[in-house]
Design a protein around this ligand. Structure first.
Ligand SMILES: [Cu+2]
Length: 118
């Protein structure tokens, strides 16, 4: 929690109400996916957040050292979610049907990712 508090303090109160900070790390659905089956889970971010895998591939999410509790919850109910974890490596098998499958950590809004099966 200390990291969150520090981040909040560094946000200058004199700034205009229009916050340009939100867009920087995003890009969720757009852009070019990274071809990999490994995603790092750090605090409030999946890296890379847009990956491409083969049909039926097993994707591994690896929690960074010191990461808080996060989960991997897919919008598609047929994909096995990863429940709350705070360490280790955890896998989920992607469908054989091609498409973009979005997921999120339900504990932290904006902590999202996409797996493209292609
Ligand atoms: Cu989280």
């Amino acid at each position: 929690m200390a990291a969150f508090l520090f981040a909040a303090v560094t946000a200058c109160g004199d700034d205009s109400p229009t916050d340009p900070g939100g867009g920087g790390g995003g890009g969720g659905g757009g852009g070019t996916p990274t071809v990999t089956t490994n995603v790092a889970v750090s605090n409030n971010q999946f890296t890379p957040e847009f990956i491409q895998v083969s049909p039926g591939a097993t994707v591994t999410w690896t929690w960074a050292t010191g990461a808080f509790t996060h989960n991997v919850t897919f919008a598609d109910a047929t994909i096995t979610d990863i429940p709350n974890q705070s360490s280790g490596a955890h896998t989920s098998t992607m469908p054989s049907a091609t498409g973009d499958y979005t997921y999120q950590c339900t504990l932290h809004s904006g902590m999202t990712g996409t797996v493209r099966v292609q």
